[in-house]
Design a protein around this ligand. Structure first.
Ligand SMILES: [Zn+2]
Ligand SMILES: [Zn+2]
Length: 186
């Protein structure tokens, strides 16, 4: 799509292809993606987050931008009972996390009391580090917390260009893109 510089490109949602004329739904530009996937409806993005996997809820897979989510307190009339979208596989993973964590902690206590060996504890700690304390699991539990919070908070996504304006106003040595890439998957 080629457009003149002085002309604003027509906004349309990358999920439902709806334009500004089709509805009054609000648009957001949550990441660095441009062109046909520049704009998305806030509502469509929320619906997609409900189905996306843990990492996809934290960052855009195409451009690796980490989303900035804001919580605003809803009026108490809109408060709802939290609903967790945990499936059987999710339950299994949480059980495994809890089991490894429990074995690691009880192994550590046993080691301090002299009833369990250090070698066994090293294996357990390594397992804990690999399976439980991983970036993927942190994303997962972060999203569960957000789901819990969404019963009384409205979750909204910051516009990426507005974030960049803040960066321009406050010059800093830190590279925004580096921060958004490094803080997620490690
Ligand atoms: Zn849409
Ligand atoms: Zn993107």
């Amino acid at each position: 799509m080629t457009l003149e510089n002085d002309q604003e490109p027509a906004k349309y949602c990358k999920f439902c292809f709806g334009t500004e004329e089709d509805s009054t739904l609000s648009f957001v530009h949550p990441c660095r993606c441009r062109g046909s996937i520049h704009w998305v409806h806030n509502q469509c993005l929320s619906m997609w987050f409900a189905k996306a996997n843990a990492v996809q809820q934290v960052m855009c897979i195409q451009c690796q931008t980490r989303y900035q989510k804001q919580l605003t307190l809803k009026s108490w009339r809109s408060w709802a009972i939290p609903r967790f979208g945990i499936d059987m596989f999710g339950l299994l993973e949480i059980s495994v996390d809890l089991w490894i964590t429990w074995r690691t902690v009880s192994g550590f206590v046993g080691m301090m009391n002299g009833t369990k060996g250090i070698f066994r504890e090293i294996i357990l700690c390594t397992m804990w580090k690999c399976f439980v304390a991983s970036g993927r699991r942190f994303c997962y539990y972060g999203n569960l917390g957000l789901q819990l919070a969404s019963s009384i908070f409205r979750v909204s996504i910051d516009d990426y260009d507005e974030r960049r304006e803040i960066k321009v106003r406050l010059p800093t040595d830190m590279d925004w893109e580096q921060i958004s890439q490094s803080s997620v998957l490690n």
